[in-house]
Design a protein around this ligand. Structure first.
Ligand SMILES: Cc1cc2nc3c(=O)[nH]c(=O)nc-3n(C[C@H](O)[C@H](O)[C@H](O)COP(=O)(O)OP(=O)(O)OC[C@H]3O[C@@H](n4cnc5c(N)ncnc54)[C@H](O)[C@@H]3O)c2cc1C
Length: 473
């Protein structure tokens, strides 16, 4: 039985009079609010949804819920992949999606301030209009920046620029008690006590609700060019990665992909960009690498050196995607991997481990061997430059219970191997609901005790996003 109170008609009335945003219940709630992009972790309808419009709305909801012991699940765009935005024990979904204004630019200090519900795509495009680059570049462009901060989203450009964490200067947060706090500052460094802002980043909506963000920007690069390096096998392909890193060429992105997933994506898009043969050899793996520069001339030198590096490391050939169309097609194929898998597969589960870059081939060799023991198939791709691997278990013909049972046997072995190689459970998607048992197992009792202690300080009544990350229901 739940430890929480149910949402009553009287409580809904109190919510409606406390907030300026919309409050929905029953049939007014769209089914989308019952899941995120990994529905295998559960589809559960909340008792009410509040679409907040202001920080004060969020504070009012939290005060009321804290007082009445009603759980609250923060939600951005619902594109998460670990069930983090799902109300697993009922209560309220507090959506920040309607808090979608870009508030101001501080061009001299290269920062932008925006509400948490602004979509990544809108922020990145607007920053570009102002002559700036917002460097994080997660594959899903229609997530909110609040969700990106809550999950410490990574993405394609993390190999050069780091993850979302590296671009958060300041934030406004509503604590589970309803108090409003401002964390960080519009400055570039701090040694000012414990870094509460860094605790909030990546806390997946379990410590507070982010309502406003001040984010660091960089000057916009003038030119970006992509190379596609073709390999006969994955081992050579990944072996090129540390060589490229040491060559001092600063790639902006470095993605690896195997032939199978490229085929799935290209047939989904109906367009073929990645060659399958070079001379008489089969191409089985690809590196998609981008470089940025001030002008075409400076990039020509980089392309030449980078081509030498990949060819020396065993590439069959290198294609330069220097026309806008070729670049667009190559990246469209990469960006569509998950959509392609979802559109062709009935049952999907995934893991998002991160291992030292040099360990990628051994890790994948282990996974492929392991997968032979199960009835599902696996697809994998990842951010080669960061050692961040996305392994998808896919089935069209298994029964869901059998699929779940087999996946729950496969995943712990996968995580144990990643740990053994010096890696971690999640590079960018987070723990949420789907991975919390694995986190508890891998992190061990001391780290779990610290995490739970932190959670208790922020959320003494345990009402914010229960059942996620370090908390069991
Ligand atoms: C096709 C596809 C590609 C993807 N590619 C990437 C990728 O390359 N890199 C990557 O990192 N992720 C990727 N993701 C995962 C997902 O897009 C990210 O996790 C994203 O950051 C989630 O943002 P959201 O607004 O959709 O958050 P939601 O899914 O709504 O929520 C995610 C978590 O954040 C919490 N949360 C949301 N908003 C707030 C807030 N304002 N305050 C506090 N907590 C909040 C929620 O409670 C939940 O725990 C991908 C997903 C898809 C479907």
């Amino acid at each position: 039985m739940s430890q929480y109170q149910k949402v009553t008609a009287e409580f809904v009335k109190a919510l409606k009079s406390a907030v300026s945003g919309k409050v929905m219940t029953g049939a007014e709630i769209n089914e989308d609010f019952s899941h995120d992009e990994m529905p295998i972790y559960g589809k559960l309808m909340p008792e009410a949804v509040v679409e907040a419009k202001t920080t004060e709305d969020v504070a009012a909801v939290m005060s009321l819920c804290n007082k009445h012991n009603i759980p609250v699940t923060p939600r951005g765009a619902g594109t998460g992949l670990v069930g983090g935005a799902v109300a697993v024990d009922g209560g309220i979904i507090l959506s920040t999606a309607k808090m979608n204004k870009i508030i101001s630019y501080d061009e001299d200090n290269m920062m932008v301030t925006a509400q948490a519900g602004v979509l990544f795509n809108d922020l990145a495009a607007d920053a570009e209009k102002h002559g700036f680059l917002y460097p994080p570049d997660p594959g899903e462009k229609f997530a909110t920046v609040g969700g990106n901060v809550a999950t410490n989203a990574g993405g394609m450009r993390a190999v050069k620029y780091g993850t979302t964490r590296d671009y958060v200067r300041a934030m406004t947060v509503v604590l589970p008690t309803g108090e409003i706090v401002h964390l960080g500052a519009p400055v570039s460094k701090s040694s000012s006590g414990y870094s509460l802002i860094n605790l909030m980043i990546g806390s997946e909506g379990t410590l507070g609700i982010v309502t406003e963000l001040t984010l660091k920007l960089l000057p916009l690069p003038k030119e970006v060019v992509s190379l596609i390096a073709l390999y006969e096998n994955l081992r050579d392909c990944i072996a090129a990665v540390p060589k490229m890193m040491r060559a001092n060429l600063h790639p902006q992105t470095m993605e690896f992909m195997e032939r199978d997933i490229v085929n799935v994506s290209e047939s989904y898009l109906g367009k073929s960009t990645f060659p399958q043969k070079f001379e008489n050899k089969d191409v089985n793996a690809y590196l998609l690498i981008s470089f940025e520069g001030g002008d075409d001339d400076s990039l020509d030198g980089v392309i030449e050196k980078a081509s030498e590096v990949v060819l020396d490391a065993g590439a069959l050939d290198v294609l330069v995607a220097d026309t806008p169309q070729l670049k667009k097609d190559a990246w469209a194929a990469r960006d569509s991997f998950l959509d392609a898998i979802n559109s062709t597969t009935k049952l999907v589960d995934e893991c998002d481990v991160v291992v030292p870059v040099s360990k990628i081939p051994d890790f994948l060799a282990y996974i492929k061997l392991l997968a032979q023991n199960y009835d599902f198939t696996i697809q994998n791709f990842g951010h080669a430059g960061d050692g961040n691997l996305h392994i998808y278990c896919c089935s069209n013909d298994m029964e869901i219970q059998d699929f779940k049972k087999q996946v729950s046997d496969f995943m712990p072995k996968t995580y144990a191997k990643a740990y053994e190689m010096g890696g971690l459970i999640s590079g960018e998607h987070g723990i949420g609901y789907g991975k919390r048992d694995y986190l508890a197992e891998m992190a061990g009792p001391v780290k779990m005790r610290l995490m739970k202690g932190i959670k208790d300080v922020f959320d003494p009544n345990g009402i914010l996003n229960p059942g996620k990350v370090c908390c069991k229901l």
